[in-house]
Design a protein around this ligand. Structure first.
Ligand SMILES: Cc1cc2nc3c(=O)[nH]c(=O)nc-3n(C[C@H](O)[C@H](O)[C@H](O)COP(=O)(O)OP(=O)(O)OC[C@H]3O[C@@H](n4cnc5c(N)ncnc54)[C@H](O)[C@@H]3O)c2cc1C
Ligand code: SF4
Ligand code: SF4
Length: 445
């Protein structure tokens, strides 16, 4: 597959790494609020070269890449390579972070120990759009700025501009990213020694799915934020009194008298769940890397029974870089981290939903696919129960319909009436199916 086929068949995730190869490729937001590459000014030679770094075009899978970079480490079928597995949190950075503040802690330590000159992370920015805000990758060069990028941004982001910065500015970099973005960076490092030398630490977030800008607009409307400027927003505001998987979406506006208004909605009240996959790019339904297998560390939410009741949050970590491994161990010795070693079964258990979708679910989606599909480690199969197959088909319909329904809703006006009218029958069937599955499980156990 080349990037032309990736883009034409809707598999582009907008990572922007192909633009690191060919500057004539542009990364634009489409009508559904997803970043997509545009190669119309490129040429066949450049397209071939750019295809080598695309996570959905390249024939090198995550297992092959991890073997190249983490050779000799322990290996697990789902988790990939690893040096150590831990649960824990940073005493200083936990409150700022999404879960245990581990990524924030690592970036702080890398600056402190003079291991990096720059870090690339996601931060809010003033933007030229209807809400006057977006979230994008930014380059920082000081510890002072690290926590301004903490938490998870469920929003489309692209490396296209920061790669240009790296190319122009010599130095040592750490970069945050979701699994497919890290794969693209590994492929770029393979092709271009400049990036191999400069990008020293790839800090991975486990990823269940990305969201389009329409998700942000949906959250704003659910939180009853009036149409117009938004001053700040947070997708994961912690609620210390509640469980770690109960958090708020929060946004602030300012009125003509300079008075600030804060709007919040709890994730439990949003009325949709992650399994439905609303506002998700198509690429996420053709992804088999849950644990950022090519990143130097993968960090995820510790939503396991032993940690879930602590609303301040706990991270789980899969560590693949020796320096980061030592940093985490030292962090505990120096009293900066609370740390506990855990097993592969606990790590897998924490992501069971995402793994089911990206193993069995992917096998069935590949079986259903008619056109060209990216090469995957999972083989197509249809040997599943009728209720499982119905759930997968319904998720495909939910994803496609939600983006069209919300795009229409934003064109027509404020509120969510149109969106809700279109989606209601699908939500009803999905919830009915889930209840039925739970009943069957209860009877058979
Ligand atoms: C789109 C997305 C999907 C996710 N899906 C899952 C999941 O299914 N299961 C799970 O357990 N965890 C998932 N996570 C990871 C989880 O939400 C936390 O980010 C993770 O536990 C790290 O928490 P922390 O407190 O250690 O990090 P923090 O200290 O909060 O630091 C997070 C760092 O990541 C950067 N960052 C945030 N969003 C992005 C982004 N979109 N792209 C690149 N960098 C970013 C921030 O700028 C910050 O530097 C997801 C995260 C994202 C962004
Ligand atoms: S490299 Fe990234 S932006 Fe470019 S075509 Fe592939 S997925 Fe899209
Ligand atoms: S689910 Fe996979 S394809 Fe989608 S954003 Fe996450 S890592 Fe990338």
């Amino acid at each position: 597959m080349d990037i032309k086929e990736v883009i034409e068949n809707g598999f582009c995730i907008g990572c922007g790494v192909c633009r690191g190869v060919d500057q004539t490729i542009k990364i634009n937001l489409n009508d559904f609020g997803e970043y997509v590459a545009d190669f119309k000014d490129s040429n066949p030679d450049k397209i071939a070269k750019a295809s080598e770094v695309c996570p959905f075009a390249s024939n090198s899978n995550e297992t092959v890449l991890a073997e190249e970079f983490f050779f000799g480490q322990l290996q697990h079928d789902s988790i990939g390579r690893y040096l150590g597995l831990f649960a824990g949190y940073s005493l200083n950075d936990r409150n700022a972070g999404s879960s245990g503040g581990i990524i924030t802690f690592i970036i702080n330590e890398l600056f402190e120990n003079k291991k990096i000159d720059y870090a690339i992370l996601v931060r809010p920015h003033i933007a030229n759009n209807v809400r006057n805000i977006d979230f994008s990758f930014d380059v920082i060069s000081s510890k002072l700025d690290v926590s301004s990028g903490s938490t998870s941004f469920y929003y489309p982001v692209t490396y296209s501009e920061v790669l240009e910065f790296i190319a122009k500015n010599p130095g040592r970099y750490a970069i945050t990213g979701i699994p497919c973005f890290h794969k693209a960076i590994r492929l770029l490092k393979r092709q271009n020694p400049l990036y191999r030398d400069r990008i020293q630490y790839q800090l991975g977030l486990v990823c269940g799915q990305l969201k389009s800008t329409l998700y942000f607009e949906y959250l704003l409307r659910r939180a009853e934020v009036p149409i117009g400027k938004v001053e700040s927003a947070c997708f994961r505001r912690k609620d210390f009194r509640n469980r770690a998987d109960e958090y708020f979406f929060e946004a602030a506006t300012r009125d003509s008298n300079e008075k600030q208004h804060t709007y919040r909605i709890s994730n439990r009240k949003i009325g949709i769940n992650w399994g439905m996959g609303l506002f998700k790019p198509k690429a996420c339904d053709y992804c088999d890397d849950v644990f950022a297998e090519t990143a130097d560390i993968a960090v995820m939410d510790g939503w396991l029974p032993q940690y879930i009741n602590d609303g301040r949050g706990t991270s789980l970590m899969v560590i693949r870089d020796k320096y980061l491994y030592d940093m985490i161990i030292d962090g505990e010795k120096n009293g900066k981290l609370h740390l506990q070693e855990i097993g592969t079964d606990e790590i897998v258990k924490s992501q069971q939903g995402g793994l089911n979708h990206r193993r069995k679910g992917l096998a069935y989606r590949l079986h259903l696919s008619k056109g060209v599909v990216p090469s995957k480690r999972v083989k197509p199969s249809s040997k599943f129960s009728l209720s499982f197959k119905s759930e997968q088909i319904l998720r495909l319909i939910l994803r496609k319909t939600s983006r069209q329904a919300m795009a229409l809703q934003t064109r027509i006006g404020s509120g969510l009436l149109i969106f809700n009218l279109i989606m209601a029958p699908l939500f009803f069937i999905y919830r009915f199916l889930q209840k039925f599955q739970r009943l069957v499980k209860a009877i058979s156990s």
